[in-house]
Design a protein around this ligand. Structure first.
Ligand code: FE2
Ligand code: FE2
Length: 185
């Protein structure tokens, strides 16, 4: 389940999201080290993917455009353009994990690559983008409320999708049998 954490403003909320995802990656690595079952590892990885998807969406819809306006185009252009490209790669990695069969031998490696990539992206946001936005005069408390409202909406939708089972992954046998049905008539 995607947690909604207490926050003071937009940057605080995004920082809290970063910490939550970092903690989930640490949990995933711990499960790998302890030889936990594939099901347990994948359950954590699926939560990571959901959290990252919601986080990227609220940044793209609300935070990045506000930051672009507040930083008067030139100052933030390079950072925000790079962030947009990095989000695309993050979403590709998440999409690969979400559609991977449950017995994919590269699944754990995919989570580790995602973890490294997220670490790099978060470092740039926290060390370069957030300080610039903080000193730009942007109303971060108001922006934080908008981010929180959108996050709750998207997290609710993600929960409903998981409950309906449409977000679940299939093992190879199930995939093959579903494909057979699709091609048999
Ligand atoms: Fe981001
Ligand atoms: Fe972020």
């Amino acid at each position: 389940m995607i947690e909604t954490v207490p926050y003071e403003d937009a940057v605080d909320l995004l920082d809290a999201d970063h910490k939550a995802v970092k903690a989930m990656f640490i949990k995933f690595n711990g499960l790998c080290d302890d030889g936990a079952s594939a099901q347990d590892r994948q359950e954590v990885a699926e939560k990571i993917c959901k959290e990252l998807t919601v986080h990227a969406q609220i940044e793209e819809e609300i935070f990045y455009p506000a930051a672009r306006r507040a930083l008067h185009e030139e100052e933030g252009k390079e950072l925000l353009d790079e962030a947009a490209v990095e989000h695309q790669t993050l979403k590709d990695l998440v999409g690969r994990l979400e559609s991977a069969p449950t017995d994919d031998p590269l699944y754990d490696a995919g989570v580790k690559v995602l973890s490294e990539y997220v670490k790099h992206h978060v470092r740039e946001e926290e060390n370069e983008l957030f300080p610039k936005v903080k000193s730009s005069g942007l109303d971060l408390a108001d922006l934080g409320s908008k981010l929180e409202a959108r996050k709750s909406q998207l997290a609710g939708r993600a929960r409903r999708t998981s409950r309906n089972g449409s977000g679940g992954r299939r093992n190879r046998r199930e995939s093959a049998s579903a494909d057979d049905k699709r091609t048999s008539h």
